[in-house]
Design a protein around this ligand. Structure first.
Ligand SMILES: Cc1cc2nc3c(=O)[nH]c(=O)nc-3n(C[C@H](O)[C@H](O)[C@H](O)COP(=O)(O)O)c2cc1C
Length: 186
């Protein structure tokens, strides 16, 4: 059975972002995957301090010196077959918490470890205001993943105008993602 880790970020446990993540998870379980859900805002996730002269232990040892929940979550991703990021859109960008996590992940990954290289990802951005910035947020997230060699298989912008059809379609996308993980991507 393939393992998928779904990391989602919003301070609201019952908002648009959570409904998108829940739909993906439902579909992935239907597609036969073992899914672990991680509510990122519930973790202690601090931001990179650019220690050393810009690069610290992330480059020399593939680890971050900040003692918080980063390492445990990184280890989960390293063990997963598929990885999923669902973020609320703030300022046309990732939430600050998702940004903090992916910034540190990118450093350890691309500079040293390469545990996530070639893993498949599914990403979604939930813009609950005007809807502006959903695509920019996805572009930024996908670019960060590309630095790590992670392959984004699909990406979904969710707004309050398309949620009635995009949230349910995430379940179908999630199901197919799980099936492809098991049977191979074409
Ligand atoms: C600081 C901040 C910045 C935001 N920026 C945007 C934005 O650029 N575009 C947009 O459509 N919504 C924006 N919003 C609205 C959030 O995307 C919206 O609150 C989010 O989808 C709600 O998700 P949730 O229900 O999971 O909290 C912003 C909200 C906050 C708090």
């Amino acid at each position: 059975m393939k393992k998928i880790v779904v990391i989602w970020s919003s301070p609201n446990k019952d908002g648009l972002t959570h409904s998108a993540a829940a739909s993906l998870i439902e579909g992935m379980r239907k597609g036969g995957a073992e899914v672990e859900e991680v509510w990122l805002n519930g973790l202690d996730m601090r931001h990179c301090m650019a220690c050393g002269s810009g690069y610290g232990a992330c480059r020399s040892e593939g680890r971050c010196v900040i003692p918080d929940d980063f390492k445990e979550l990184y280890d989960k991703l390293a063990e997963a077959d598929g990885i999923v990021f669902v973020t609320a859109v703030y300022w046309h960008d990732l939430t600050e918490v998702m940004k903090a996590f992916t910034d540190r992940l990118r450093r350890c990954e691309s500079a040293h470890n390469h545990y996530l290289a070639e893993k498949k990802a599914y990403i979604a951005a939930c813009a609950g205001g005007t809807g502006n910035g959903a695509t920019e947020c996805l572009v930024r997230l996908e670019d960060t993943l590309r630095h790590m060699g992670v392959r984004t298989w699909d990406r979904m912008p969710v707004t309050r105008f398309n949620k009635d059809y995009n949230v349910p379609s995430l379940a179908k996308g999630g199901e197919l993602f799980a099936v492809r993980l098991e049977e191979g991507f074409r």
